[in-house]
Write a protein that binds this ligand. Structure first.
Ligand code: AP5
Length: 242
C-alpha cells in the first residue's frame, strides 16, 4: 500500500522526541509488516530492514542467482519455506553495520525462528548505546491474510505495492507511477500461502511467545485500515519506550 503524507500526518502521534531504537514488526504473511514498516520509516527517519526484500535482491542478482546458493534460496522462497538461519543472520548482521541504523531501525520479517531471535538478542546485548529491542505483533484474520496475499501486486521498477482488492492501480494492472506492468510474487499463490502459514505457525509463533515473555511486547489489531493500524503501532511503540 502506498504511503502518502496525509496518511502519515493523520495517523501519527508526535514521534520526534524519542529515539526509536530497534523495533521488531511481527505477524503472519500478509499481516502488513512491510506496509507499516514503510510508514514508521518515514515517521521516525530510520531504515526498514526487510529480510524478504534483502533475499529477493540476492536471488535477482545476476551472479548470485546462478550459484547453487542462489538456486537454493529461490527454491525455498518460492515454496514458502524458510532460508537457513545462518545465512539470514549473516545478511542482517552486515546490514546492521551501516551507519543509518545508529538511531534505530524497523526489522520486518526477522527474527522468524527461535534460534534467530536468540541470536539477535545476543548480538544486541553486545551493542553499546542502543535501547533494548521492542516487538509489536500484528494480528490479522486468516480470511484477510489470504485476500491480502493473493491480491498483492507490485511494480518491478519503482517497487510500489498495490492490492487488487483494497488498493488497486488506477488502470487495470499498470503502475500508476511509471506505467510498468505489475507483477505478482511467485509465493503469493493460494497454495504457497498455505505452506507459508504452516511455516509461520510452526516456526515463527514461538518467536512471538518469546518476545511476549520478555515484556517489551505489544499486540495490535492489524485487521483495520492502514492508517488505523499505524496509529495503534505508533502508540504501542511510544508506550513500550516510555
Ligand atoms: P517476506 O517477504 O518477509 O514475506 P512475509 O513475512 O510472508 O510477509 P509479506 O511480505 O508477504 O507480507 P507483509 O506482512 O509484509 O504484508 P504487506 O505489508 O506486504 O518473506 C518471503 C520469504 O523470504 C519467506 O517465505 C522466506 O522464504 C524468506 N525469508 C524472509 N525472511 C526470512 C527469515 N528471517 N528467515 C528465513 N527465511 C526468510 O501487505 C500485504 C498486502 O496487504 C499488500 O497488498 C498491502 O497493500 C495489503 N495491506 C497491508 N496492510 C493492509 C491493511 N491494513 N488493510 C488492507 N490491506 C493491507
Amino acid at each position: 500500500m502506498p504511503v502518502d503524507e496525509a496518511m502519515i500526518s493523520s495517523a501519527a502521534p508526535d514521534t520526534t522526541l524519542t529515539a526509536p531504537g530497534p523495533i521488531l514488526l511481527l505477524g503472519a504473511p500478509g499481516a502488513g509488516k512491510g506496509t507499516q514498516a514503510k510508514v514508521l520509516m518515514e515517521q521516525w527517519s530510520i531504515p526498514q530492514i526487510s529480510t524478504g526484500d534483502l533475499l529477493r535482491a540476492l536471488r535477482s542478482d545476476p551472479i548470485e542467482s546462478s550459484s547453487p546458493l542462489g538456486q537454493q534460496i529461490r527454491n525455498l522462497m518460492d515454496s514458502g519455506r524458510l532460508v537457513p538461519d545462518e545465512l539470514v543472520q549473516q545478511i542482517v548482521e552486515a546490514r546492521l553495520q551501516k551507519s543509518d541504523t545508529a538511531r534505530g531501525y524497523v526489522l520486518d520479517g526477522f527474527p522468524r525462528t527461535l534460534p534467530q531471535a536468540l541470536w539477535l538478542d545476543d548480538m544486541l546485548a553486545r551493542t553499546d548505546g542502543m535501547p533494548p529491542v521492542i516487538a509489536v505483533s500484528m494480528r490479522v484474520s486468516y480470511t484477510d491474510l489470504l485476500r491480502r496475499i493473493t491480491g498483492r501486486r507490485s511494480c518491478p521498477v519503482c517497487f510500489r505495492i498495490y492490492n487488487v482488492y483494497s488498493n488497486p492501480p488506477l488502470l487495470d494492472t499498470i503502475c500508476d507511477i511509471d506505467a510498468s506492468p505489475l507483477v505478482q510474487r511467485v509465493d503469493d499463490s493460494e497454495n504457497v500461502f498455505a505452506e507459508r502459514i504452516r511455516t509461520y505457525e510452526e516456526l515463527t509463533a514461538p518467536v512471538v511467545a518469546h518476545y511476549r515473555g520478555q515484556g517489551r511486547f505489544a499486540e495490535v489489531n492489524g485487521d483495520l485500515p492502514v492508517a488505523a493500524v499505524n496509529r495503534a503501532v505508533s502508540l504501542a511503540i511510544l508506550g513500550l519506550r516510555s
